[in-house]
Design a protein. Structure first.
Length: 388
């Protein structure tokens, strides 16, 4: 591949400047992450509720379900996916694990990822202030990538980590106006705030590096959200000073993506006007495809929120998957549905029932499904020629 971009350097190792974003439930697991790693990129397994990928674990979880059982089975599933991805990546690239700070079992998931041999931990959905402690002695072999959306949050994390003698191995800057899934803004309207503009965040962060006496090249900057476009990649890497881009939705719809074909077709078939923002159960804005479920829910959202009440029995799965949950905890400004159930339905391709997170911007190949290799080739060269 004739790639003219500088490599992404993590701990003195060179990778292509493309990171595959973590997407759950089950959308980015061993198949997708290892395919990206084989291209010498960074592939990412989303750690949330991976039991849905394993029939034996899913069956066991339905017998006398309990919070403890769900945790144990999901840790087994995470271990399986990491081991499989490491084998299938053939020693190339990097296998990272995305862990959401908002998930109740985030500490256990981090420990399992480290024990299972993950190369990196990527953490967002909350300030990952304690990530160095969670990784512990595995820090020698595991890279740390915090996900943040603006320079203020970057400053808070850097200053806290530096007191512990730790620096991020890279920082992912995710733009709420473009990314899929949970968004780093307090409100839906706030996703378009100018403070999230990539160029501004980079400039402010580089200035922060000077104030903290950090070399600019020491911490790579990875831009996430709306970057699945060769011209945008070129601008980010050649003009703005970013070191890599993170891509989610465009990889989710590849042939190697772990989700059902109906899931991929739903994402590919959604035009810009069919991608909507709403408040998710975690109390953060989110972005997804306006399917029958989501369109119906948005119409009823205000009424459901007005009648919100704290009642653990309303948790559809009977578990406390999130630290805070609008449905379980009766939060009037948060979503009133079971996100685990809806994401699992999407993973299985149940179009009318599931919640399909999707980035706002057009996909590079429209409704045509390509391979990971073809997608990487386009991102790094702009070429749309099919690869055999």
């Amino acid at each position: 591949m004739n790639n003219s971009f500088n490599p992404l350097i993590i701990r003195n190792k060179e990778f292509i400047p493309v990171v595959q974003g973590g997407m759950g439930v089950g959308v980015s697991a061993s198949s997708l992450s290892s395919a990206v790693a084989r291209e010498n990129g960074i592939g990412t397994i989303a750690s949330v509720d991976l039991r849905h990928l394993h029939e034996d674990l899913l069956a066991e979880s339905k017998i006398n379900p309990s919070e403890e059982k769900y945790t144990r089975l999901n840790l087994i599933a995470l271990n399986r996916e990491i081991q499989k991805a490491k084998t299938q990546s053939e020693g190339r690239g990097m296998i990272a694990v995305n862990v959401m700070k908002a998930v109740k079992d985030h500490a256990a998931l981090v420990r399992q990822a480290c024990e299972s041999g993950a190369d990196a931990i990527v953490m967002g959905a909350g300030l990952p202030l304690d990530l160095p402690e969670l990784v512990g002695d595995y820090r020698k072999n595991v890279s740390l990538f915090p996900i943040l959306s603006e320079s203020r949050g970057i400053g808070i994390v850097l200053k806290r980590w530096m007191k512990k003698g730790v620096l991020p191995d890279a920082i992912v800057i995710e733009h709420p106006a473009h990314a899929a899934g949970h968004l780093g803004s307090a409100t839906v309207k706030g996703v378009n705030d100018e403070k999230f503009d990539f160029k501004r965040v980079l400039e402010e962060t580089f200035e922060l590096f000077k104030q903290l006496d950090l070399e600019r090249e020491k911490i790579p900057m990875i831009l996430a959200g709306g970057m699945a476009n060769f011209q945008k990649v070129s601008t980010a890497l050649r003009e703005w000073g970013a070191n890599a881009v993170q891509i989610g939705t465009a990889f989710a719809v590849t042939k190697e993506g772990d989700a059902h074909i109906n899931f991929k077709n739903t994402l590919m078939g959604a035009e810009r006007e069919q991608v909507v923002e709403f408040m998710s159960v975690a109390g953060l804005p989110a972005r997804g495809v306006a399917t029958r479920f989501l369109s119906s829910y948005i119409k009823r959202e205000e009424k459901l929120q007005a009648n919100a009440k704290a009642d653990p029995k309303r948790c559809t799965q009977g578990i406390n998957c999130l630290t805070t949950c609008g449905l379980r905890d009766g939060l009037p400004n948060a979503g009133q549905f079971c996100i685990d159930l809806k994401l699992a339905e999407a993973f299985r391709g149940e179009v009318d029932k599931g919640l399909f997170f999707r980035g706002k911007d057009p996909l590079p190949f429209g409704t045509t499904m390509k391979s990971v290799r073809e997608t990487v080739e386009y991102l790094l060269t702009g070429q749309l020629v099919a690869i055999k």
